[in-house]
Design a protein around this ligand. Structure first.
Ligand code: 2AM
Length: 485
């Protein structure tokens, strides 16, 4: 390689559509990108087709790629999460030197990113785990980028990532998230919230269709209206378009689609984290389970002919109910995001990540699937008060949940009476009433635990002092300090 002056600003490994589009995006912003892929033939194909006429260069091997990079070298890996990332990082490390930067832009689990950060620390090679959201279009024209890892990497990659990311009110939807796995953790929670938002919209559609008997054109017009107000968001907008979409036979496509949801696992991982950190992220959990239930198509069809439903029919005012539905969706969104930020806060505490919640809201404000006007209000709330313990307690959101919670009750009650499932609306309301309850029935729960397992309890008047009662007269007076069920 002697005599060849390295000219690439950054390299990207992984020429699937996201990788190709990110490269084209970086190229369009003036950066010289070197492309590489496991199946090397794809590099030439890419250069001859999508990348034709650009400044993009290709590499024939990892060594070739590294030689073409300016220092400190920056390498983005965008391949299948898991072993493919591990393989590339392992191969790259011996080729790189202190100060070089590896950025994993795939959907890796945050624990994998934590592991690599720890492992590479002694080498001086900086590791970054970066959440990328926005799909193919986002990658090409402006994704939401959530980088975290070794902070020393940030000044070097910042100019590139903030140039290619989405902008919201001229501010970049990309900022440094935090240490080790923070970027991928935030991306995971983003995806979980996406599950919740989508399921809420699906439940609203279900209620419009089966409670109000609306046709698709009518529903599309309602979503069109909703998109002009507080609910203004990418997901509401595409729902309107999906409802309006007609197949080649001139009929609506949506009713022809099998009602079985798929999933790739990021919602599930948010749920697992919620359980692990003990944070009641009920809405996302219920959204994941709603997908699981939808997948039981054959069983559901069989049960539909056997199990009786509700006797009730909707007799109320359609227009009023639609307004309840809009407000219920808004209230549930506030609750869902409050839960998501609760999870971020707890994980940050455990891992000592210094998260900036306002900046996370801004990263999600544009470019990604959950982008919405609403996230601008969340950003404002955390900017005003970075120590805000819960979004529901921010004056703006307290006021708005106050104005919409009655509607959420109407929707949950009505759906129960007519037998149309609305599990995520229900989860939102149950959390809300639980969170605002000064007293919960956990006194009985503690008594039960102490009754059968001598797990002890505290008296309300003496918190912190654990005592045991001999409830039956024939049990012992010894409490169980290690036994736990
Ligand atoms: P490929 O084109 O050689 O299959 C999305 O699948 C991207 O991840 C592609 O660039 C693909 O490379 C890459 N990829 C998938 N599995 C891989 C593995 N086990 N090792 C390396 N790259 C992999």
């Amino acid at each position: 390689m002697l005599g060849i002056r390295p000219k690439a600003d950054i390299a990207l490994i992984g020429l699937a559509v996201m990788g190709q589009n990110l490269i084209l995006n970086m190229d369009s912003k003036g950066f010289v990108v070197c492309a590489f892929n496991r199946t090397v033939a794809k590099v030439d194909q890419f250069l001859a087709n999508e990348a034709k006429g650009t400044k993009i260069i290709g590499a024939k091997s990892l060594e070739d790629m590294v030689a073409k990079l300016k220092k400190p070298r920056k390498v983005v890996i965008l391949v299948k999460a898991g072993s493919a990332v591990d393989e590339f990082v392992s191969k790259l490390v011996p080729l790189l030197e202190k100060g070089d930067i590896i950025i994993d832009g795939g959907n890796s689990q945050y624990m994998d990113t934590q592991r690599w950060c720890k492992e590479l620390k002694p080498t001086g090679i900086h590791y970054v785990g970066m959440g990328v959201s926005g799909g193919e279009d986002g990658a090409r024209y402006g994704p939401s980028l959530m980088p975290g890892g070794h902070p020393a990497a940030w000044p070097h990659v910042k100019p590139i990532f903030q140039a290619i990311c989405a902008k919201a009110n001229n501010e970049p939807c990309c900022d440094w998230v935090g240490e080790d796995g923070a970027g991928h953790f935030v991306k995971m929670v983003h995806n979980g919230i996406e599950y919740g938002d989508m399921q809420l919209i699906c439940e609203a559609y279900h209620l419009m269709k089966d409670v109000l008997g609306m046709d698709q054109g009518e529903m599309a017009r309602v979503f069109e209206e909703w998109n002009k107000g507080e609910l203004d968001s990418f997901l509401i907008e595409i729902t309107r378009d999906i409802l309006n979409f007609k197949d080649s036979d001139g009929k609506y496509l949506l009713p022809k689609i099998r009602d079985c949801a798929g999933q790739k696992g990021t919602g599930k991982w948010t749920g697992i984290s919620a359980l692990e950190y003990g944070v009641p992220v009920t809405l996302i959990g219920e959204a994941v389970f709603a997908r699981c239930l939808s997948a039981l198509k054959e069983e559901r069809v069989k049960a539909s002919g056997v199990l009786p439903g509700a006797a009730g029919k909707f007799t109320g005012d359609k227009k009023a109910f639609l307004e309840h539905l809009r407000k219920a969706l808004y209230a549930s969104k506030i609750i869902s995001y409050a839960q998501g930020f609760m999870l971020l806060r707890e994980a940050a505490k455990v891992h000592q990540w210094n998260l900036n919640y306002g900046s996370i809201a801004l990263m999600w404000r544009g470019g990604c699937i959950i982008r919405s006007v609403f996230l601008g209000n969340i950003k404002d709330a955390f900017t005003k008060n970075p120590q805000l313990s819960n979004l529901l307690l921010d004056p703006y959101f307290t006021k708005h949940i106050g104005a919409s919670q009655e509607s959420l009750r109407q929707v949950v009650a009505q759906s129960a009476l007519v037998g149309v499932p609305a599990p995520v609306f229900g989860a939102a309301l149950a959390f809300y009433d639980g969170y605002r309850a000064g007293v919960l029935p956990a006194n009985l729960l503690q008594a039960q635990r102490d009754y059968f397992g001598a797990h002890t309890y505290e008296l309300a008047a003496k918190p912190g002092e654990f005592i045991h009662t001999n409830w039956t007269g024939h049990g012992g007076n010894v409490s169980a300090s290690t036994y736990s069920t």
